[in-house]
Design a protein around this ligand. Sequence first.
Ligand code: CAO
Length: 422
Amino acid sequence: MNKPLNGIKIIDFTHVQAGPACTQMLAWFGADVIKVERPGSGDVTRTQLQDIPNVDALYFTMLNSNKRSLTLDTKKPQGKEVLEKLIRESDVMVENFGPGALDRMGFTWARIQELNPKMILASVKGFSDGHHYEDLKVYENVAQCAGGAASTTGWWKGDNAVPTISAAALGDTNTGMHLAIGILTAIIGRQQTGKGQKVAVSMQDSVINLCRVKLRDQQRLERQGFLEEYPQYPHEMEYFKDKVVPRGGNAGGGGQPGWILKCKGWQTDPNAYIYFTVQGHAWGPICDAIGKPEWKTDPAYTTPKARQPHIDEIFATIEDWLKDKTKFEAVDVLRKFDIPCSPVLTMKEILADESLRASGTITEVKHKTRGSYLTVGSPIKFSDMKPEITGSPLLGEHSDEVLAELGYSAAQIKEMHAKEVI
Ligand code: CAO
């Protein structure tokens, strides 16, 4: 099938997660993504947490589908020469090395522009250029702390009242998605100007972009001294005294009170819960659904402001209603009342979900040495295109093919193998 990014050639000089997540998505949408890896070892994730000896780990296979792999030692003169040729012929180069690594290799932005003025260079770093931490190497959880996510996630009291990391890759894959938007924008820009440009995304900035409502809350807190939708209001106002946004447990972030509520079986099943939102417009249906129609006209409950002092009692009442229903049964009742809610799904349930399989969000892929495995397919759905997810490449699987396309003869390729350039 013809795909919108067919004809776009991408040098994928990325590793671990932030960069590979970006280039993988562009490959799904048709780009020719050539992953450049160090000969012998390749991307470190190939061997991280291997579940089958000597087979590329799932961490690698789930972030590098639809790509080709070229091994290349870009510190050797011949390797540099190959990379220069590739730069001349490609549209985009994506990298997420530590600060300064690409410059030290000899590929400064000025040099890349000299080689190909149309080139788009897309970089991920922990912090943005000029930031006082710009020299730091950064991984996922470091970015979650630097971007404000950790200070606003978790519990505000009790033994576990410490900044908390989300399991979702807010620093890695999220940054990769920002980078993909930047690359596509630069491609459109190049259609207008004929010139490439450098696109830079920092992991800290990408996390901050997702913490917008917490920055909103910081400013509201400084102005009014409290946050009326937080669980600390109105009984634990001392948590607002320092005027720093407190952690809100499982409270809703958008202004609607919500909480994770126990369902039937919670005593033995750690995920027998639903998320329940007390959405303003759904108050009437909520009262009908949980058998409390009298709350619809009781002035102590009719407005969000009136309800907030009773929010614990409201959630306790809903939990009492939930105690003889599984999380799935509860949602099946609540959906009839148009109440926003969801079962707390486990990874096991997500992998087995028939709707997710049908939509391609969870997809089974074949791999040359692993056999079949499950991965996350495109979360973006198109009316005229269905991305097909193919297995990730073996290390150096396409080295000879890519070098031949660049015009190297079989003898030259053989020599590069012998000298461990590829
Ligand atoms: N041939 C020869 N050398 C290569 C090479 C190749 N094909 N590919 C990489 N290298 C070299 C680099 O040139 C660099 O060499 P120098 O440091 O001597 O200049 C070296 O490998 C190490 O690169 P690195 O600094 O990127 O790797 P690291 O393991 O020390 O750090 C990481 C990893 C992720 C912390 C760092 O790359 C980083 O901060 N990246 C930016 C932020 C980022 O993307 N983090 C998210 C990763 S996902 O959790």
